[in-house]
Structures are given as C-alpha cells and as structure tokens.
Design a protein around this ligand. Structure first.
Ligand code: SDX
Length: 429
C-alpha cells in the first residue's frame, strides 16, 4: 500500500503522507497542505476530518464497536464500575488495587465544595435549567482554585484538579436539584461509593433514613460507564479546543457541559422523553410523527435517532434497551413511554427513510426511560450525561496537553463582499 496520497490541482500534483492507526484506519495528513500548496480543505461539521490522533476511545460506526482504551464497552458495563472506568480513561490502564484505593480516596475526600459556593445557588432563578447551573458552577471552581489557571501547572496540580472535578461534579449536580426543589442541601457521605453518594445527595432528606436500592445503584453505574467517552464528539472537541488555548481544565470542562446541553447532542436524552410524552398526549399516532420527522418542511426530528458515526446500531443503545426491560421489571415499574419507544423504533426501522440514512436509536433513545424509573427528574437527564462523560472529557484534554498539540484555529473559505470603499451616510440609499 502506498504511504502517500496524490492531490492534483490545476495540473500540479501534491503528495500528502498517509497516517494509519492501530485499527487500520487511514487518514490523509494535510497538516502541511497550506504551506506546501496554498490550498486548504473545507468540511463543515468536520464529518470527514480527523482533529487528532487519539488512544482514548475507538469506535467503528459500521460495525457498532465501542472500546475505552481497548476494552469493549460490553465487558466494562458488565464487570467494571464507573470510578474504575474513569481511572482507565484518564490514566490509560486499569488500576491495580493500590492505584484504585488512592484514586477513590482522593475523590471521596474532595466531594465537598467551598461553603461560599452555596450562595451562588440562591442567586439562580428557581426554574434555572441544571445544565446552565452546572456549566456556571464548574467554571466558577477555577476562581476558588486560582493555581489551576497556571498554564505551567505540574502533573500533581493537574491530578488534584482532576480529582476535584470528578468529586465535586456530583455535589454540584445534587445541589442544583435540591435548590430547584427548595429542599435542604445534603452533604456528601464519605462512607458511600461514588454512585451511592450521588443518589444520597440527590434524594436523602434530613432526619429520615435513606435506603439505597442496589438495583438503582447498579443501573446508574452502568449508565455512567456507557456515557464515559465517545472520542471526538461535539463536546469532547469543544473541551479540546478550549484547552488548546491553555485555558484551565475547569473552564474547558465548563465549555464541554455547554456543548453537551444542545438537543442535537447530550440534550437529546431530555428531548426524547419530552417527545414520547408529547406523542402519548397527542393520542399515540406513531405514523403521524414518523411522517413529520421525514418531512423536510417540518422541523420535527425523531429525537434519540440517528448518529454522526453509528450508521447501523449504537452499541450503547443495545445495552441500555436490554437494561430497560430488566430494571423496570425488577422495580415493578410500568412506563408507557417505554412501550411507545419500542413501537416507534419498530415502525421507524421498517421505513426506508430511516433505514436508507442509517438512522437507528442512539444512546439517548432509551437512557431517559431508566433515568425516569430510578427517580431522576427529566431536566437532570443531561446532567447525568455530563457526570458520565466527565472522565472522557478529562482524558481527551489530558491527551491534547501531553501531545503538545497546537492551539486550535481552523481556516475558512471567505465568500463575503470583495474590497469596497466606505460610503458616507448622505450617499447611502
Ligand atoms: C449524541 O457524536 C457523538 O458521539 C455524540 C454522542 C456521544 O456519545 O457523545 O453519541 C451523543 O449526541 C447522540 C445523538 C443525540 N442527538 C439526537 O438524538 C438528535 C436527533 N438526531 C439528529 O439530529 C442527527 O441524527 C444527529 C445530529 C445525531 C446526526 O446528524 P448528522 O450526522 O449531521 O446527520 P444529518 O443531520 O446530516 O442527517 C443525515 C440525514 C438528513 O436527511 P437528508 O438531508 O439526507 O435528506 O438524516 C436525516 C437528516 O435530515 N436525519 C433525521 C434524523 N437524524 C438525521 N431525520 C429525522 N430524524 C432524525 N433524528
């Protein structure tokens, strides 16, 4: 196989090196294209453009493969736990017992937030969306830890910031929920595991015993693992490009939270449930909504369907759909939305429009059913996505830093007005 590609423009041939990854993916390296030919490439949405060489996550959209640091998501979801997967993503290897104890105890002991931060919650409107709160609060962490803003921070400083972020995101999330309900805040309980502690801070009530349901703990642990990373998605790319300016990790993650909030990205899990409820309220005529989703003149899209990369099936959706049945049965929950979702999938996947475009249920299509069954309010669904995705964002940011990647600054093709002279007001039409 040749190790270069030839680009012929106006009779001139430009040779470009080929890059081959460990899974035999081939890319044309255009990093010297402009300096050698004056040419740039154009690719809105970067559908065909690789931004980096990464060792964090491998996914194959055609075959529905997803692996974190080489480990199949199916095995991690079955056998691992979220904090262990977080360690794997951030450090690149599964931890030994000593490493896991160190990681866990550091995170456990950083769950508290500065007492002054609680005043911020009193300033947000009571109906503030928790993703707006989360993005603001994570960014404000940098003001409480100014040493994190030093671009020449040490490995130890970066590791401390990583521990603080993974620890405090659950406290910040639970506080936004309690604040929205006008309920008293629940402080972290360091005797609990990461997932148990989050559920405790979310749902415990002072002076009452809170009993953790192992089914709920297991379901949430699995969901967080399934959301932990997804290579160069919109929010991970946002974290990388913000971090590439040497902005601190808190600011980079805060930007990632904002990108994830969009309904075309992580916000889809909330949009799916709202869509299913709307279809149920409208009488459950599935074909009507399928036809609307297909109609170019209608802005309605089937939320939770379609994916930039997966064009056959999203392996996470397969796992989550199976877990839906198991968890709802174990909990004795009969959620009409699940029945509607299954029927919607069945009808859509018989329709040429969806099949020909490779539109299948993605990670967001069924996850909201489980979140709802375990008591998570709809507005918090994307916050749960952010908690799960945090280790992945951190891993991507850390890799960008360690690889010494340059500041992200794409080029453009200018299509605006060509040179023209200023016209005084009296001469304008
Ligand atoms: C996530 O990138 C990641 O890895 C993301 C993620 C992660 O883990 O980080 O997996 C998480 O964001 C999952 C996706 C959640 N979003 C949704 O469920 C929102 C609904 N889906 C979409 O809007 C859409 O499918 C995207 C945004 C997910 C993907 O869009 P693309 O790749 O840009 O594809 P496209 O918009 O160009 O669509 C291709 C065609 C178009 O029709 P034609 O122009 O070819 O006629 O498919 C159509 C689209 O109109 N289409 C849909 C559709 N999704 C795409 N039509 C109806 N309903 C849909 N959901």
């Amino acid at each position: 196989m040749s190790d270069t590609a030839k680009l012929i423009v106006n009779g001139e041939t430009h040779e470009l090196p080929l890059v081959v990854g460990t899974e035999n993916e081939i890319a044309v390296d255009i990093s010297k294209l402009r300096s050698s030919s004056g040419l740039i490439t154009l690719d809105p949405g970067f559908k065909n453009t690789g931004s980096t060489k990464s060792a964090v996550t491998f996914l194959n959209g055609e075959k529905g493969i997803l692996r974190y640091r080489g480990y199949p998501i199916e095995q991690l979801a079955e056998k691992s736990d979220f904090l262990e997967v977080a360690y794997l993503l951030v450090h690149g290897e599964l931890p030994n017992e000593k490493q896991m104890d160190f990681f866990t105890s550091n995170i456990t002991n950083h769950t508290l937030i500065h007492e002054d931060m609680k005043r911020f919650y009193e300033a947000f409107p009571s109906n503030a969306h928790p993703m707006g709160i989360l993005s603001s609060m994570i960014s404000s962490l940098s003001t409480f830890y100014p040493e994190s803003q030093n671009p020449n921070r040490s490995v130890e400083d970066i590791e401390l910031t990583i521990h603080r972020l993974i620890a405090k995101i659950t406290t910040l999330a639970a506080l936004s929920y309690k604040s929205s309900k006008g309920h008293p805040y629940i402080y972290p309980d360091n005797s609990l595991s990461y997932v148990e502690n989050f559920l405790y801070m979310m749902f415990a009530v002072p002076s009452e015993d809170y009993e953790l349901d192992p089914i709920v703990v297991d379901a949430l642990n699995k969901l967080l693992i399934l959301h932990a990373d997804h290579e160069q998605n919109c929010s991970a790319s946002t974290v990388r490009i913000v971090g590439s300016s040497q902005a601190n990790l808190y600011s980079s993650i805060s930007a990632g939270v904002s990108a994830l909030w969009g309904p075309l990205h992580g916000g889809a899990n909330q949009a799916v449930i709202e869509m299913l409820e709307m279809i149920m309220k409208d009488g459950g005529d599935l074909q009507k909504w399928i036809d609307k989703a297909k109609d170019k003149n209608d802005s309605f899209r089937l939320m939770g369907f379609g994916h930039r990369v997966y064009k056959n099936f999203d392996p996470r959706a397969t796992i989550i759909k199976k877990s839906c049945d198991e968890i709802l049965e174990k909990m004795g929950v009969n959620d009409k939305a699940l029945e509607i979702a299954k029927k919607l999938e069945e009808v859509a996947l018989k329709d040429e429009y969806f099949v020909s475009r490779g539109l299948y249920p993605n990670v967001d299509f069924y996850s909201g059913i489980i979140y709802r069954a375990i008591g998570i309010p709809t507005e918090m669904f994307t916050v749960l996505f952010a908690i799960g995705r945090l280790p992945g964002w951190i891993a991507q940011w850390k890799e960008m830093l360690e690889n010494g990647e340059p500041i992200g600054r794409p080029r453009q093709v200018y299509v605006g007005a060509t040179k023209r002279d200023y016209v005084s007001m009296d001469k304008r039409s």
